[in-house]
Design a protein around this ligand. Structure first.
Ligand code: NDP
Ligand code: 8X3
Length: 254
């Protein structure tokens, strides 16, 4: 197994959910993280918890290409040896049928889940290659594999993530860069609170009366994939809560 004390992990979306749990997991194992996101107060809290020697924070919006370019060029020396990029920032907005969905919501998902992802990966890959190797971890979803009503652009954006991850692997042959797409199902984080725009009742409903996965479960799978011996590439990991399964096709009848 690789020694996690050598890990330097750049994380998008570290203010909550999987990203925050992954930051804690890597630092607990002796690694260093660069934690990023838009909410400065959350980043400050995470840094206070993990220590400034282990956790560097950068306030940034992954949709802002210029800010992303500046951030990638601005990593302080102790954290400059990034060898894991966790491209995790993302969101779902709304669950309306396609003909009723808010086009601004669709745009935000495309800008965040697709544009933000490709900025992150494209800007950080050359440095990792120059330093001799590393690992890109993307956050896809079961939604990228199984369509569901109201999923539309969110599901399609996650299909993009999955295929982007597989495709860049082909370009990275011989560069010692691994690529893994993590594809979780039902996991209780702030995901639903964001999807339902702060409506706590609606946000709680997907998790009510069941045992969803936790952010720590997903962080563990990310940590596992990146800790395997360097000659092993996990292409993708699809995880569901034990209480979640795939339903039948939906047949309309008069
Ligand atoms: P959370 O809402 O808990 O966390 C999302 C993170 O993304 C936050 O840190 C948020 O930070 C960040 N983020 C959102 N928009 C931006 C932006 N424009 N710029 C920078 N950061 C941004 O959700 P999860 O932890 O559950 O989600 C993480 C990833 O996992 C997402 O890509 C999601 O689609 C995916 N996923 C989630 C599943 C689930 O059931 N929870 C299942 C499958 C995949 P901030 O708001 O501070 O910017
Ligand atoms: C999050 C899981 O099923 O809510 O990607 O789309 S789901």
């Amino acid at each position: 197994l690789l020694d996690p004390r050598n890990f330097v992990v750049f994380i998008t979306g570290a203010t909550s959910g999987f990203g925050a749990a992954a930051a804690r997991r890597y630092v607990a194992a002796g690694g260093k993280v660069i934690a990023t996101g838009r909410r400065e107060d959350r980043l400050a809290g995470l840094q206070a918890e993990l220590g400034a020697d282990n956790c560097h924070v950068m306030t940034l919006d992954v949709r802002d290409r210029a800010a992303m370019e500046k951030a990638a060029a601005d990593i302080p020396a102790p954290f400059a040896g990034i060898n894991i990029v966790l491209a995790n920032a993302g969101l779902a907005l709304g669950l309306q049928p396609a003909a009723e969905a808010d086009l601004d919501d669709w745009q935000t998902m495309i800008d965040t889940n697709i544009s933000g992802l490709v900025y992150t990966v494209r800007l950080l890959l050359p440095g990792m290659i120059a330093r001799g190797g590393g690992h890109v971890v993307t956050l896809g979803s079961v939604a990228g594999e199984f369509a569901y009503p109201g999923g539309s652009v969110y599901a399609a954006s996650k299909a993009f993530v999955k295929h982007f991850a597989l495709a860049i692997r082909s370009d990275l042959q011989g560069k010692n860069i691994r690529v893994t797409d993590i594809e979780p199902g039902l996991t209780e984080t702030e995901f639903s609170l964001v999807r339902f725009k702060g409506d706590e009742g609606k946000a709680a409903a997907p998790y009510a009366g069941t045992m969803a996965m936790t952010a720590e479960d997903i962080a563990e799978s990310i940590f596992w994939a990146t800790s395997l011996p360097a000659h092993v590439n996990v292409n993708k990991i699809q995880l569901m809560a034990t209480t979640q399964a795939i339903g039948p096709f939906d047949i309309y009848r008069d």
